[in-house]
Design a protein around this ligand. Sequence first.
Ligand SMILES: [Zn+2]
Ligand SMILES: [Zn+2]
Length: 319
Amino acid sequence: MTMTFASRRSFLQLGFSAAGAALVPRWTWAQATAGQQNAAAQDDPGKVQVKSTRLGDHVFLLQGVGGNMALQTGSDGLLLIDASYAPAVPRIREAIASLVPTPPSAPSQLINTHWHLDHTGGNEGLHDAGFAILAHRQTRDRLSHAQEMKLFHRTVGPSPAGALPTQIFDSTMTVFRNGDTLDMVHFAPAHTDSDIYIHFKNANVLHLGDIWFNGMYPFIDEGTGGNIDGMIAGSKLALELADGSTKIIPGHGPLGTKQELAAYHEMLSAVREKVALLKKQGLSEQEALAKKPTAEFDAKWGKGFMAPDVFVGIVYRTV
Ligand SMILES: [Zn+2]
Ligand SMILES: [Zn+2]
């Protein structure tokens, strides 16, 4: 089956070179061919500046290449959500240093929203910089072993010891830090089987990881537990946590609102119903694709990370 991707940028953002290696040990820029490097030089995580946006007294959004990050500052220590790709670590550290010129002496904490390398690739480098890593049990488990990313026909090798979370939880965990209460809750399998959200309750900031791709069809990693119904349930759960002024951080795309999240949830539900009906009627995946079940949504949602046909295929296979 030929995969259509919105762009090479999309492909590289997931953390894979297209060099054709059957085993991609970890994301390293050197794995891309020279031609690919030229084609996407602007996407080199080592070169892209990490921008910061203040979301509250102690909470910032950090955006570079890879998944969106959040930073909480204060005398209890730095707390970072997600770690982008390995080569981005110096850029992340620069962004933090510009916000916090004198880091607190208290230990720094990194939390991963899920196992994908656009969120955990920087784990080892940040661990070396003093961050202790916390995540869901499945994030540690999946980082510990080779993983197959079915959609991309790629196997990702195990991460080095320094990249592994040293503290894990199964369903929920609450952390009191820098004057805020952080609720962390595991989603039922959705984008992967390792997804959590982090809710800064006082700051009213919610990081959803890759449950939410704001303004575009999401990637769902069917090879590591993801499925469309989990994405629908996960976005519904997130809507219940949010109010009209909650600042909601998607894994990818711009900072969003409850209203935007609701539109995404409705789109997911509608596409699921259309594709499920075609499957129930006995249409094959190719026949279902030919019916263009997302036609009415493509203008709004189909210009981002996932091409419409790729998204429909995932929905068909996981519904
Ligand atoms: Zn991601
Ligand atoms: Zn992901």
